[in-house]
Design a protein around this ligand. Structure first.
Ligand code: KG4
Length: 355
């Protein structure tokens, strides 16, 4: 049979590998339907209050084989069924990316099948197109995507699967980074975002009016807010003549809860205001959110609220697709496969943000 006909008659089976930070993940899509999405999270970083790159690389090396194996088994396919292998090329931690990239290259070479490089950030955006059987509606083009994670805060104008423009981004810290750093100051475990979310539910969001940035265009800044948070806490410690947050919490009821609620409300307000401006200026009414911080309950509520107020159709991902996962990488890989968009075997990972 001619190679094109044989390729057309066989199902398209894409295996994806995600290893950009501290989650080792692998997923399989068969003819556009997600069949498996396996994630091994790394607990080793918890005691350090942040991701330790070298430990992350080592954990990826330990996890990658069982994770890929499980993804194939759960999908009910073997490696011989694979049409191509997609992998996260960047941005992320270089050592972590190298593990996934090298594994994907080795497997593609051994099986003599194409290799597809995926931009992690595009993957987050394309998570909105994963067909996972729940029947979630997909955005139509063009749409705006607020991409908020531990390393990025961007507003992306998505014109097509393979045509995205970052129209605004943070000039310093990312929203997730601000959550994590402020949580650390309060003595909360890493990653701090989910803890802030949890405690914020018990606090007063108007208790501490933290500074908001005033920068042009659609860009963000969170370093001023972080400093304002730190100084407010420092002043209270001084005023109450105590040295630790624990001691202060004994004197001020709901201290941590109120700090969390006020921080969260400020972050959400900063994110949504710029997004609203972008949607209005560009006349776009399809608005999505993606990335780890999109798990935040107040941000999800704000999306629903803005949707009602400004007649947006909003797209909020299921929790399983908010943090790093290979399903989104697999979806991006599937689109690229259909476009015959493959990469060379000598492609190298990249650490810095690009789309
Ligand atoms: O996209 P992601 O999984 O990974 C990278 O950035 O690599 O995002 C992780 C970020 C962390 O900063 C974490 O604290 C934040 O997402 N995060 C949250 C919540 N869940 C995760 N931030 C606020 N509220 C949450 N519920």
């Amino acid at each position: 049979m001619c190679p094109i006909l044989s390729r057309m008659s066989k199902p398209v089976v894409i295996l994806a590998i995600e290893s950009s930070c501290d989650d080792t993940s692998s997923a399989v899509i068969v003819d556009g339907i997600l069949r498996s999405n396996v994630i091994a999270s790394q607990k080793v970083h918890e005691e350090y209050g942040g991701v330790v790159p070298e430990l992350a690389s080592r954990a990826h090396q330990q996890n990658i084989l069982p994770v890929v194996d499980t993804a194939l088994k759960r999908a009910g396919v073997t490696k011989e069924d694979l049409s191509a292998i997609a992998f996260t090329r960047g941005p992320g931690l270089l050592g972590s990316l190298l593990v996934g990239t090298s594994f994907a290259k080795g497997l593609a070479l051994a099986l003599d099948i194409p290799l597809i490089d995926v931009n992690h950030l595009q993957g987050h955006v394309l998570a909105h197109f994963v067909e996972d059987g729940t029947g979630l509606p997909h955005p139509s083009f063009p749409f705006l995507c607020l991409l908020v994670s531990g390393g990025n805060s961007q507003i992306v104008l998505v014109k097509a699967y393979n045509n995205m423009e970052i129209i605004g981004q943070t000039i310093d810290d990312a929203a997730g980074e601000a959550f994590d750093k402020c949580a650390k100051v309060l003595g909360l475990p890493y990653p701090g975002g989910p803890w802030i979310d949890k405690l914020a539910k018990l606090g007063d969001p108007t208790q501490y009016p933290f500074a908001k940035p005033n920068i042009p265009n659609y860009d963000y800044s969170f370093s001023g807010l972080k400093t304002s948070f730190l100084y407010t806490l420092r002043d209270l410690l001084k005023e109450h003549r105590v040295e630790s947050v624990d001691e202060l919490a004994q004197q001020i009821p709901n201290l941590r809860e109120n700090f969390c609620a006020s921080l969260q409300a400020t972050v959400v307000d900063i994110l949504m205001r710029k997004l609203k401006k972008a949607a209005k200026d560009l006349g776009v009414t399809q608005v999505a959110v993606a990335g780890g911080v999109s798990a935040n309950s107040a941000l999800r509520e704000a999306f629903v609220d803005y949707g009602k107020r400004y007649h947006w159709t909003v797209f909020i991902p299921p929790f399983s697709f908010t943090t790093d996962n290979a399903a989104m990488v697999c979806q991006a890989g599937y689109f690229k496969y259909l476009d015959n968009d493959f990469c060379a075997i000598d492609e190298v990972p990249f650490a810095k943000t690009q789309i």
